[in-house]
Write a protein that binds this ligand. Structure first.
Ligand code: NAD
Length: 501
């Protein structure tokens, strides 16, 4: 029997309404190609019901004590910890990534719950006493109200957890619209949060597509929108929600470069390139998709990457022997394959061609093997586009300066890494490179929970990065209170029309 994933509104599952607005979409197991689940697609009225539930809940949650909020978050953390395996299995069944990788995703999401558990410290304001005679000034931060989150398919548990734990800890109530391709993990997180004691309506989940998203972007009771997904949609979300007067952070796509200097440990660089390019089948916004080899190391580095890539075992994510799973949909697999089949005609040398790969017994899965393209021209599609699959491009330059100029000419600026033994070069790179997250001998420099995550240029629209201190700032607004309590022995100050000097 097909599983059904319903909305989660006001602390309980809500079926999609019958009639014209009551539609469902299919969810596929990428390893078999079989439709396993039906997910409700929200109508405008259903989104409105979720926002109304969140607005009702805000009336008391927004003024609830920090002690109460942090106690619930600690319980949620314990439940998450106890259900890591179950959530990872849900991710694997709908996304396809291997179980160990899914467990890593849950762990990185849990890090943000850890951060949210410490909200008592983060929301401490600032106080200056005696700024003038008997005058004190306090800066405080208050929640916004109802906020919305719209998330991508590639991290169905972690990216929602980049948003709602901190938003809710700050006193907001939340409406999440997860990816319709793998919606189950988000609902399970909402159930666990409810089990931890979260009052009804504080966290709501509505599923669907553009209809649901557009309603959230225009709803007058939604005060802020966090988005993570592809660049064209991030740009659209930022423009539309801003035009509707909302605070917006919209994180987009990427093309992450790894600059390898001639003095680097080439074995370590090759290990890192293979792990970062092909992990999660390249469906990570921080995946390394372009290696830039400096000087004469190109041939040796490509040989080392090839040797390692050829050994990666591809198979279903729930098979412990698999190191890389399938892609999310057959259509996406075909699109990824088209970059490889078109690469030679556009000037690349195809070192490994992963197209046409299949896993015996799972022929209908969305499989593709690992591809490696060398001497990739910068004007080719494989270099210019975010492929979001297991395709690694190698480019060659003569000098460090040429490498930095190449990376800085990319419209994306999410993550980047340098591999070198030269501390001076690494230090220059940190300062000169135009990207939001930089790794030095670290291929995927995803910040830990207490530092914020975000890219530059077309990888982020808005001025707040996500989680960390930026997250707390995004989900609160500042207020400054200036107070004078005259000493009882003093008389009235008297009228003075002058500006305080
Ligand atoms: P996507 O942009 O297609 O979808 C993201 C969300 O937007 C989904 O919830 C989807 O339902 C919704 N959406 C899609 N089309 C829409 C439209 N026309 N109008 C309104 N809403 C729409 O992204 P995806 O394919 O799910 O995820 C992969 C992308 O996300 C990649 O580009 C990847 O780099 C990016 N990503 C970025 C980060 C980051 O931190 N910068 C993290 C993860 C993923």
């Amino acid at each position: 029997m097909t599983k059904i994933v319903n909305h989660w509104i006001g602390g309980k599952p809500v079926e999609s309404a019958a009639g014209a607005s009551g539609t469902y979409g299919p969810v596929t197991d990428p390893a078999t190609g079989a439709v396993t689940t039906k997910v409700a697609f929200a109508s405008v009225e259903e989104v409105d019901a979720a926002v109304a539930a969140a607005k009702d809940a805000y009336a008391s949650w927004g003024t609830s004590s920090l002690a109460k909020r942090s106690a619930i978050l600690f319980k949620f953390r314990a439940l998450l910890d106890a259900h890591r395996d179950e959530i990872a299995a849900l991710i694997t069944a709908e996304h396809g990534k291997v179980h160990s990788d899914a467990l890593g995703e849950v762990a990185r999401g849990l890090e943000i719950v850890d951060l949210a558990c410490g909200i008592t410290v983060q929301l401490k304001g600032e106080l200056s006493t005696e700024v003038a005679s008997r005058v004190d000034v306090a800066s405080i931060r208050q929640p916004l109200g109802v906020v919305a989150g719209i998330t991508p398919f590639n991290f169905p548990a972690m990216v929602p957890m980049w948003m709602f734990p901190l938003a809710v800890a700050c006193g907001n109530t939340f409406v999440l619209k997860p990816s319709e391709k793998d919606p189950s993990a988000a609902v399970r997180l909402a159930e666990l949060f409810a089990e931890a004691g979260l009052p009804d309506g504080v966290l709501n989940v509505v599923h669907g597509d553009k209809v649901a998203v557009d309603r959230l972007l225009e709803h007058p009771d939604v005060k802020a929108v966090s988005f993570v997904g592809s660049t064209p949609i991030a740009r659209y979300i930022h423009t539309t929600a801003s035009a509707n007067g909302k605070r917006v952070q919209a994180l987009g796509g990427a093309k992450n470069h790894m600059l390898v200097l001639p003095d680097a440990d080439l074995d370590a660089a090759a290990d890192a390139a293979v792990s970062a390019a092909y992990g999660s089948a390249g469906e990570r916004c921080m995946a390394i998709s372009a290696v830039v080899a400096v000087g004469a190391i190109g041939d040796e580095l490509v040989a080392k990457i090839r040797e390692r890539a050829e050994k990666i075992k591809i198979g279903p994510g729930n098979d412990p022997a698999s190191e890389m799973g399938p892609l999310i949909t057959a259509a996406h697999r075909d699109k990824v394959a088209s970059y490889v089949t078109g690469a030679a005609a556009q000037g690349s040398e195809v070192v490994l061609d992963g197209t046409g790969y299949t896993v015996p017994g799972h022929e209908d899965g969305h499989w593709i093997g690992l591809s490696l393209l060398d001497r990739v021209p910068t004007d080719s599609d494989a270099y210019r586009d975010e492929i979001f699959g297991p395709v690694l491009c190698v480019l060659r330059v003569d000098t460090y300066d040429e490498g930095v100029a190449l990376i800085n000419s990319s419209p994306f600026g999410n993550g980047t890494a340098i591999f070198t033994r030269d501390g001076g070069a690494a230090r220059r790179f940190q300062l000169e490179i135009e990207a939001g997250m930089v790794g030095v001998n670290v291929p995927i420099p995803v910040p830990v929970g207490y530092h914020s995550f975000g890219g530059w240029k077309d990888s982020l629209f808005g001025d707040h990065h996500i989680y960390g201190n930026d997250g707390t700032h995004f989900y609160t607004r500042g207020k400054v209170v200036t107070t004078r309590w005259p000493d009882p022995s003093e008389g009235p100050a008297g009228v003075d029309l002058g500006f305080p000097r």
